[in-house]
Design a protein around this ligand. Structure first.
Ligand SMILES: [Zn+2]
Length: 250
């Protein structure tokens, strides 16, 4: 008991010695009388606010703003693609019955190439919004996941197609492919030459399967609709990624 008291006394003495006693008293008085805010507010000009359309940033506060901006501001979307290092050609507007698009582009070079799967149409027109989200998926999800699981980055993304005037399978509604707002991804080629196929590898127990399942799941954060082999037989050989405004992640 006596020992405890002497320890408390010693501690109290130390606190008084360190703070100077009087300072503690003054601080309490100041708190009671001051009209000044107790916390310094950060000056909004003192740090760089990330641009709302910087495709090279992801997983940070502001992702939603970036996605909203590239969806609603075509000029900002194209500028953002260029600033991220994506080269592309603009494609003339197209009208084909109920299908078509007012604006579209073809990606010429990104971090990886984006090319037709053997037998797929040569042209892969897509809206700027879709291209920007594909770039973010490639940059922030696909390439890092390939390095993580397979030890080699992706250098080519194979697509079955983007634009096609057709209805959703089994439903009387036009597919987002009808407006160049959807891409069907068939597989990937790595820098070391290995190929990864959604059809062959999605359910594999090894690294290729882990890679495909992770990038399919995380695509849901970027695209309005993400569908893959888990959804149905029609998607056994590709990921359907679209920016049509409906929502699904399966
Ligand atoms: Zn599709």
């Amino acid at each position: 008991m006596k020992k405890t008291h002497s320890i408390i006394a010693a501690c109290a003495g130390l606190v008084i010695a360190l703070t100077g006693g009087l300072v503690v008293g003054n601080w309490r008085t100041a708190e009671a009388t001051s009209k000044q805010p107790q916390f310094a507010r950060p000056n909004s000009l003192s740090y760089a606010r990330p641009a709302a359309d910087d495709l090279t940033r992801y997983g940070v506060l502001g992702d939603n703003k970036t996605l909203a901006k590239i969806s609603t501001d075509l000029a900002a979307c194209r500028a953002a693609l260029k600033a991220a290092g994506v080269s592309f050609n603009l494609v003339p507007a197209k009208s084909q019955g109920a299908c078509g698009y007012g604006e579209a582009l073809e990606v010429k070079a990104s971090l990886a190439s984006f090319t037709p799967n053997p037998g797929a149409p040569d042209e892969l027109p897509m809206t700027c919004d879709l291209a920007a989200r594909l770039h973010m998926w490639e940059r922030h999800i696909v390439i890092p996941a390939a390095e993580k699981y397979l030890g080699s980055p992706v250098v080519d993304i194979k697509a079955f197609g983007t634009f096609q005037c057709r209805t959703v399978a089994g439903v009387d509604r036009l597919s987002e492919h009808s407006f160049a707002k959807a891409a069907d991804i068939a597989g990937f080629v790595l820098a070391d030459g290995r190929e990864i196929s959604v059809l062959e590898d999605y359910y594999g127990k090894g690294a290729k399967g882990d890679f495909l399942r992770e990038i399919r799941q995380r695509a849901c954060d970027l695209f309005d609709v993400t569908l893959g082999p888990d959804y149905n037989e029609d998607h056994a050989n590709h990921f359907h990624l679209d920016v049509g405004g409906q929502h699904a992640c399966r």
